[in-house]
Design a protein around this ligand. Structure first.
Ligand code: TYD
Length: 135
């Protein structure tokens, strides 16, 4: 898996003067069935999250409120994505290292995941991650 397989997905948006609506259907708008949803909030200024990769997990990251940056690394290349729309998400494939920083005040980072939480699915050491990718 490399960076070219990660991309921004534009989600359906129903514009309405009463307020906009976005919906996400597993297997349709995201290329996996959604088994877990979690979110980061009350993130203090200057904090960094992530700093790991997953062996098999697929994820979609959405800035539900505010903004933040996601830095993706495949061991060869790296790319920074600025997320600030609640109708677009960043698709992250397995075996991609991610770091999240530059959180705006009050931001909420929601993550849709293809599987339940399992610590055994994580690479938390960058050198171990590179080794697993034969780099
Ligand atoms: P972690 O995935 O390292 O957070 P982030 O990538 O956002 O910096 O998880 C932080 C802690 O929360 C860690 O102890 C595992 C726990 N956790 C769960 O128990 N369930 C979950 O679904 C997630 C994502 C984390």
């Amino acid at each position: 898996m490399n960076l070219t397989e990660c991309r921004i997905i534009d989600l359906p948006k129903i514009n309405d003067p009463r307020g906009n609506l976005t919906f996400i259907e597993g297997g349709r708008h995201v290329p996996f069935e959604i088994k877990r949803v979690y979110y980061l909030y009350d993130v203090p200024g200057g904090a960094e999250r992530g700093g790991h990769a997953h062996r098999a997990l697929h994820q979609l990251i959405i800035a539900m409120s505010g903004s933040f940056d996601v830095i993706l690394k495949d061991g060869t290349r790296q790319q920074r994505f600025h997320l600030n729309r609640s109708y677009s998400g960043l698709l992250i494939c397995p075996m991609i290292w991610r770091e999240i920083d530059n959180f705006s005040s009050g931001s909420v980072c929601m993550v849709l995941a293809s599987n339940y939480y399992a610590e055994s699915d994580y690479y938390r050491d960058y050198d171990e991650f590179l080794k697993a990718k034969n780099l």
